[in-house]
Write a protein that binds this ligand. Structure first.
Ligand SMILES: Nc1ncnc2c1ncn2[C@@H]1O[C@H](COP(=O)(O)OP(=O)(O)OP(=O)(O)O)[C@@H](O)[C@H]1O
Ligand SMILES: [Mg+2]
Length: 262
């Protein structure tokens, strides 16, 4: 088991007291699998993602354990966490722009990341990793991309670049929070194909958060259904789609089928 979430509860501090975002949830992620997390807006999906990387706001209240490769994430020191983020686990965000600094070129940011996370590399090795990783996400004109600033690239290109950052560090676990929902349909399907390919090449374990049940069907091994901060069901994807057990899962699948038919 690469990741274990045990009795995790998270509440955010709001104007009128705490908002309960996760209520005592427990689940495991197996090495090499893609676990889909589905559920309506506000159900707590991103809160799970931020908990795994310990990126929750300081003033939130959290209980329970997130155990990554035997280490309790909430108990780690800052340096240990920094060490883990990037090479142990990494995150792909919904808005690729959130990954990048607008005033620095892609090449500069890529180099900085590698210098920080893989400090033993020499310049030549760094340049090789950068060009290899950008080629692996099928970006044309790698040189141009390296010299570009984020605003000079399309959202689809930026999402490819953020995946190439992930490839360069080869983390054991990738948490992707709706990585394709800011993309148009064609670009989305290209990125999904790329994710499938990368999974085969690098056998990443992926926690894949999405609204799109089609993506869960094509990409994930198991899926977890979240509703108002609680886990309603977790099952193999084929099982979940053919024989949903929970009433909320049934209504979610039903709503999605209706949407597909219109
Ligand atoms: N920083 C925050 N401060 C206060 N409340 C928050 C914060 N972030 C999230 N919440 C609340 O926590 C709950 C869960 O939010 P979360 O973002 O995890 O849901 P989600 O399933 O990712 O939704 P979406 O599909 O819209 O991205 C919601 O009620 C949300 O309003
Ligand atoms: Mg979210």
């Amino acid at each position: 088991m690469i990741l274990q979430i045990k009795h995790l509860s998270v509440s955010y501090k709001g104007k009128d007291g705490y908002v309960e975002a996760l209520k005592n949830i427990s689940f495991d992620v197996k090495e090499g699998e893609i676990l889909g997390i589905i559920g309506e807006s506000g159900s707590g999906k991103s809160t799970i993602a931020f908990s795994i990387l310990d990126l929750l706001p300081q003033d939130c209240s959290k209980k329970g354990n997130v155990i990554f490769k035997g280490k309790d994430i909430f108990k780690l020191k800052n340096e240990e966490l920094e060490e883990l983020r990037g090479r142990g686990m990494s995150m792909v965000f919904q808005e690729p722009a959130a990954t990048f600094n607008p005033v620095l070129s892609i090449g500069y940011q890529f180099r900085e990341l590698l210098l920080c996370k893989l400090p033993n590399l020499n310049n030549e090795e760094i340049e090789k990793i950068i060009t290899d990783s950008l080629s692996q996400v099928h970006l044309a004109q790698v040189e141009r991309v390296i010299n570009s600033y984020p605003h000079q690239l399309s959202t689809g290109q930026l999402q490819r670049i953020s995946l190439s950052f992930t490839i360069a560090l080869k983390p054991a676990l990738v948490v992707a929070d709706e990585p394709t929902s800011s993309l148009d349909v064609t670009t989305e399907s290209q990125i999904i194909n790329l994710l499938k390919e990368l999974r085969k090449t690098f056998s990443f374990t992926i926690v894949f958060i999405t609204h799109n049940l089609d993506l869960v069907k094509t990409l994930c091994d198991r899926a977890l259904v979240l509703y108002k901060g609680e886990i309603r069901e977790i099952a193999q994807v084929a099982q979940l789609f053919a024989f949903p057990k929970d009433a909320y899962t049934k209504s979610l699948l039903e709503a999605f089928r209706e949407l597909e038919e219109t």
